[in-house]
Ligand binder design. Structure first.
Ligand SMILES: Cc1cc2nc3c(=O)[nH]c(=O)nc-3n(C[C@H](O)[C@H](O)[C@H](O)COP(=O)(O)OP(=O)(O)OC[C@H]3O[C@@H](n4cnc5c(N)ncnc54)[C@H](O)[C@@H]3O)c2cc1C
Length: 465
């Protein structure tokens, strides 16, 4: 009640800044814009959503929000899996999706300059048409935005060879909480002037500033990849194979794992001919010359030595893409089985075997269905808890089991999140990974850049942690 008058004043000011059609207060639209793909979280009630088309408009909106002390939740395509774009009570949802221009692709400097609302696949396609390559490829590449990829430091399938989004980022334009515009980084290949602010903002989940432009590092296009699929009768064997592949000196451009629960979910849905008796499959790709022939030979030997019972080599590009489609179908296939809680744990490569054993043990002890898949070459897996919809008891058990898995991951020298971020979902555990000094330093950075605490409040850092 007490907020009504200030809220009305804020909305009045907002409507003076943007044309009517780019400020939305209709409840159904706000409800749709208040969630990301994290099913377990309930969003707060947003005040309005704004759709700026320029940096100047974002800056004006931030100044207005600062003046009225209104929280701002930046939003890309809403495909996040940690609740980073989940609305908080009384917030302005700041959608960056209308800032969707590819400003430049430069073949000499090997850079692309883009606005945040460009979809990853749109950029990758435009870059490929110019004969170049933009490596970061989250499985959501067809639906997630570059702004969201930057804000979460997204990983992806090719990141095992080419690095995650941060490694592909040379510079950023950022609107700070008070509306000031900051430019970070450089366009040159090298550059070490001052603190690495670019690296700080990549992965900051919309809590330190709003990304309004990015200068991204491109590469010359590698040769077309070849693909191999290896089936195993035991999940730990598949995990061991990844260590052998690395030890053999192979550097595949993709190295992914899918376990039996996930294979069966994919088969039930897509009928791709995957071996449903396999305990796990590994999918490896190589983009070295001749469809990666000699590198995939090394991978095949390593897999056989680790106990692979079957190895399939894609004979053409169509078959190759089919195998990749199987991997990309993993999450949607599990989502068809019920409500999901998708984890994103990452451990040093040498501890992957322990991690998959822990997942199997936790699934059994809690009587939970867990489908595991992910970027095993990076040590980054997505054990996905599947529960019947509308079963609060299963939900609480899953939350408990997931927390156990996260603590086990930390004990294995790993991290709570390899690529999806902390968001709302894991903020209560962040201190266990960072330690009190790490948490204090993070709070100091947040306080320095957003003293009023209006940028995506409560995300990453819990209010009372
Ligand atoms: C099927 C599926 C597969 C996926 N596979 C992967 C994968 O392989 N690898 C991976 O890393 N992730 C994956 N994800 C998760 C998700 O797609 C990524 O986190 C993605 O980077 C989010 O982009 P988005 O545009 O949807 O951002 P949103 O979900 O809208 O936002 C994500 C976070 O970024 C912030 N944000 C968004 N835009 C900006 C901006 N311009 N400035 C500041 N902050 C901003 C938001 O506040 C929020 O904290 C997957 C998701 C799905 C549904």
């Amino acid at each position: 009640m007490t907020r009504q008058l200030p809220d009305r004043r804020f909305l009045g000011d907002l409507r003076r800044l943007l044309p009517q059609e780019r400020v939305v207060t209709a409840a159904p639209t706000l409800a749709a814009l208040s969630r990301d793909q994290t099913e377990m979280l309930e969003p707060g009630s947003a005040l309005a959503a704004a759709f700026p088309v320029s940096t100047e408009e974002v800056a004006a909106l931030q100044r207005c929000a600062s003046e009225h002390r209104v929280p701002v939740v930046p939003r890309g395509a809403g495909t996040g899996l940690a609740g980073g774009a989940t609305a908080v009570d009384g917030c302005l949802i700041l959608s960056l999706m209308r800032m969707d221009r590819i400003i430049e692709i430069d073949r000499e400097d090997l850079v692309a300059v883009v606005q945040p609302g460009v979809i990853n696949a749109t950029l990758a396609g435009a870059v490929a048409r110019a004969g170049l390559f933009y490596p970061p490829d989250p499985s959501s590449f067809e639906i997630s935005s570059i702004g969201g990829n930057l804000a979460t430091n997204a990983g992806g399938l090719r990141c095992v060879k080419y690095g995650v989004t941060r490694e592909a980022t040379l510079g950023l334009e950022i609107v700070l909480a008070d509306g000031a515009v900051l430019r970070t980084g450089h366009r040159s290949v090298k550059g070490v002037a001052g603190y690495d602010l670019t690296a700080l903002f990549v992965g900051s989940e919309g809590t330190l500033g709003v990304i309004t432009e990015a200068t991204l590092r491109l590469r010359t296009a590698p040769p077309p990849p070849g693909t191999l699929l290896a089936s195993f009768r035991s999940l730990p064997y598949a995990a061991q194979a990844t260590a052998r592949i690395t030890a053999a000196g192979a550097a595949p451009s993709v190295l992914e794992l899918i376990d039996r629960t996930t294979i069966r979910a994919i088969e039930d849905w897509q009928h791709l001919g995957l071996d449903t008796n396999a305990a796990a499959i590994l999918i490896a790709r190589s983009d070295t010359p001749d469809y990666g022939r000699s590198e995939l030979d090394l991978v095949a030997v390593a897999c056989r030595e680790a106990g692979a019972v079957d190895i399939l080599r894609a004979t053409d590009e169509f078959e190759s893409e089919g195998l990749m489609a199987a991997r990309r179908a993993a999450l949607p296939a599990l989502e068809r089985l019920g409500m999901t809680l998708l984890e994103d744990v990452a451990v040093p490569r040498g501890r992957v075997v322990d991690l998959v054993a822990a997942v199997e043990e936790i699934a059994e002890r809690h009587a939970m269905t867990i489908g595991t898949f992910g970027h095993v070459g990076d040590g980054n897996l997505h054990p996905t808890f599947v529960m019947p919809r509308g079963d609060p008891d299963a939900r609480s058990r899953a939350a408990l089991a997931a927390e156990e898995l996260l603590r086990t991951t930390l004990d294995l020298g790993g991290t709570l999140t390899g690529e999806h971020g902390i968001g709302l979902l894991k903020r209560h555990l962040l201190g266990e990974e960072l330690g009190s000094v790490g948490l204090q330093a993070s709070r100091a950075i947040k306080q320095a850049l957003d003293p009023l605490g209006i940028l995506n409040p409560g995300k990453v850092l819990a209010p009372d942690s």
